[in-house]
Ligand binder design. Structure first.
Ligand code: PHE
Length: 357
């Protein structure tokens, strides 16, 4: 029995891992282990022999079991030490700032404008950026020979040689969505149509691609007064002030009659743009009463229905509200600019929550 003990105690202390320990356990005290077999022999012994060998065998079994348990604990400790050595972490290192993406001012302002007009009962409509010549021009009372076509600096799409149809255009304004909305929904109608538009023009306040939001209200009793009220409500809500000075200037668009351009009082002093003060005016939108021919093009009877329409420059609104001096930077994708002028992605503008907070 002493030999058995010495053998297992030394084997256990030399075991390299838990699997080896388990093998030893089976060999020694498992059902068919050496110690267990010896215990079975107790039955064949005389009562005297059994009285002496029984307790000794039990003690041996206990000793081996506790040696197994102790070694198991020691192996686990060693494994943990080993792991801690490889997984150490210097908690005094400075944390890295999270690099969150931001919402572009154009997207932010589009959401703000949408929230304001939605509150006045307008829904959002969209149209294609590659537009038919008819929707972009003819239907808006701009026939082929009209000088407005040249003024618009239009980008024309390619047509195969010999194809006589007029080429599609990159829409030069969101006004074709007026036609598409009338065709689709008929009257009465209240929509705004935000989106990208394109003109071959490039300087501090013009980029070849920019953004507009069109507005269109058609009903049986719409007047210029309704237009003026809507725009004033919009401008006050958008700039989050009680009063903003607007200037309605008589103007001309082929698709509205009468027409008015609307400017907002501002200052460019010291290179920074300030809204609501100064001696400058910044044009932010064109508007007017929808021309009867335009209603007709949209399959709406001009003898029964009238409407107002407006088109606002979204980028200009963003420049004015958030003091961004150069329009070109909007589309440079400069990360420093985007981080500086961008908005937190979870702050969705709502009227009750505050548009720009
Ligand atoms: N489409 C005009 C533009 O791009 C703006 C406008 C829209 C004017 C609707 C009147 C009515 O300049």
């Amino acid at each position: 029995m002493d030999d058995l003990r010495d053998k297992y105690i030394s084997l256990i202390s030399g075991a390299k891992d838990e699997a080896a320990l388990e093998d030893l356990r089976v060999q020694a005290v498992g059902k068919k282990g050496e110690v267990s077999l010896k215990m079975r022999e107790l039955g064949k012994m005389t009562p005297e022999e059994r009285q002496e060998a029984g307790p000794k065998l039990n003690a041996l079994k206990d000793e081996i079991n506790s040696a197994l348990a102790a070694k198991k604990a020691a192996l686990a400790d060693a494994a943990l030490d080993e792991r801690l050595k490889t997984e150490w972490l210097d908690v005094t290192l400075p944390g890295r700032p999270r690099r969150n993406g931001t919402i572009h001012p154009v997207s932010q302002v589009t959401e703000e404008v949408t929230a304001i007009f939605a509150d006045m009962g307008f829904s959002v409509a969209e149209g294609p950026q590659v537009e038919s010549d008819w929707h972009n021009f003819d239907a808006l009372n701009i026939p082929g020979h009209h000088p407005a076509r040249a003024e618009m600096d239009t980008f024309y799409m390619y047509r195969a040689e010999g194809d006589e149809r007029p080429p599609h255009v990159l829409r030069t304004h969101t006004s074709p969505v007026q036609i598409r909305s009338m065709e689709l929904q008929g009257a009465p109608l209240r929509v705004i149509c935000p989106g990208r538009v394109y003109r071959a023009d490039f300087d501090q306040t013009h980029t070849p691609m920019f953004h507009q939001v069109e507005g269109l209200a058609v009903d049986t009793d719409i007047s210029m007064a309704n237009l003026k009220w809507c725009l004033e409500e919009f401008v006050k809500a958008f700039f989050e002030v009680d009063a903003v000075e607007l200037r309605f200037r008589a103007s001309h668009f082929p698709f509205t009659e009468p027409s008015a351009e609307v400017d907002i009082r501002c200052s460019w002093e010291g290179g920074t743009l300030k809204i609501g003060e100064g001696d400058d005016w910044m044009e932010i939108l064109g508007s007017g009463m929808v021309h009867p021919k335009v209603l007709q093009a949209g399959n709406i009877d001009p003898d029964r229905w009238q409407g107002f329409a407006f088109g606002i420059g979204i980028d200009r609104l963003a420049m004015l509200k958030y003091g961004i001096p150069d329009l070109r930077a909007f589309f440079d994708s400069d990360l420093r600019w985007l981080r500086h002028y961008g908005f937190a992605s979870l702050d969705v503008p709502t009227l009750h929550g505050g548009l720009s907070r």
